[in-house]
Design a binder for this molecule. Structure first.
Ligand SMILES: Nc1ncnc2c1ncn2[C@@H]1O[C@H](COP(=O)(O)OP(=O)(O)OP(=O)(O)O)[C@@H](O)[C@H]1O
Length: 287
């Protein structure tokens, strides 16, 4: 388990971004981290990776604190940043540099992955395009077999076929003892992959739910199919108005992540009320 406790951080002492943040990430999950520009997604990933030091609080990965940057911590965490820097060497030489830092690194899997991404070991990193570099780094992260893999906007720069390749590889290399945390604006690229969904806003985790829990509590449909009083959020469409509504009858609908995101940010109170009421109902029935 990855545990973030009372995390406080700001780029200046006077402007705090995260104030006493608590978040637990359970193994076997691919978390989707969503938030508006400047909400603090990249900063949170850097704090978890130990690349920024919190003013207070801890990030604990399997009993090792991020801020200590101990070898035990570093060998269990791999961070794929949005902006990448590489030495001017071949992919093959680079994997030779990286692999010794990660005891569970799977070199065979790495070469398989780069080949699936259309790269060859002799390609020189400085001569590769942004998307090609991204593919090499994603392959390194997945092959590292670290307990925690952090990815900041991993599908940025990937072409359409590579996005689907990315989804397949992430699903393949996820295991019961790993946690993937993926920050993204490209929710459509990651639909059917990320679960649970974590949304940050103004330095707080304002939403943290599994897809099962979301479908149980909310209905994603059109305005004509629900009672007006059950509508939490409505988006005007050309043909239909799309809504997020209370799931009063226990229907099953497909989660629309864009609609969910907009609903969480524009109807914070109504969403919080619906989710907590539903939880209270569950507890009342002892389920
Ligand atoms: N190096 C820095 N120095 C000062 N302030 C910073 C620095 N990096 C980020 N910030 C500020 O911290 C806040 C969070 O930034 P962060 O990059 O974590 O957001 P984000 O959610 O990843 O944004 P985006 O979606 O645009 O990538 C923003 O207000 C940003 O201006």
């Amino acid at each position: 388990m990855i545990s973030i406790n009372n995390l406080t951080f700001g780029y200046s002492r006077r402007k705090i971004l995260y104030d006493n943040l608590d978040l637990e990430l359970q193994e076997g999950n691919i978390y989707g981290l969503l938030g508006e520009n400047g909400a603090g997604k990249s900063t949170l990933l850097m704090l978890i990776a130990g690349l920024k030091r919190p003013h207070h609080g801890t990030v604990d990965v399997g009993g090792h604190y991020a801020a200590d940057a101990s070898p035990e911590f570093l060998r269990e965490v791999f961070f794929i940043p949005e902006e990448m820097t590489f030495p001017n060497i071949s992919i093959e030489s680079y994997v030779g540099v990286i692999e010794p830092f990660y005891p569970k690194f799977d070199v065979t899997a790495f070469f398989e992955m780069i080949s699936e991404f259309g790269l060859t070991p002799d390609m020189t990193l400085h001569n590769m395009s942004y998307g090609q570099k991204k593919k090499a780094l994603i392959s390194l992260g997945l092959a590292s077999n670290t307990r925690l893999l952090l990815m900041d906007e991993p599908t940025n720069g990937l072409d359409i076929p590579s996005k689907s390749q990315f989804r397949k590889l992430v699903a393949k290399y996820m295991s019961d003892d790993r946690v993937f945390l993926i920050s993204t604006h490209q929710v459509r690229d990651l639909e059917s992959l990320i679960d649970p969904i974590v949304i940050v806003d103004s330095g707080k985790v304002v939403f943290n739910e599994t897809l099962d829990s979301i479908t149980e509590q909310l209905l994603f449909t059109t305005a004509d199919k629900v009672e007006e009083e059950d509508v939490i959020y409505l988006e005007k469409g050309i043909a239909d108005d799309k809504v997020v509504a209370k799931n009063t009858l226990g229907d099953i609908s497909r989660v629309n992540l864009e609609l969910l995101f907009n609903a969480v940010l524009s109807e914070k109170n109504k969403m919080a009320d619906t989710l907590s009421t539903s939880l209270k109902t569950k507890n009342h029935h002892g389920i």
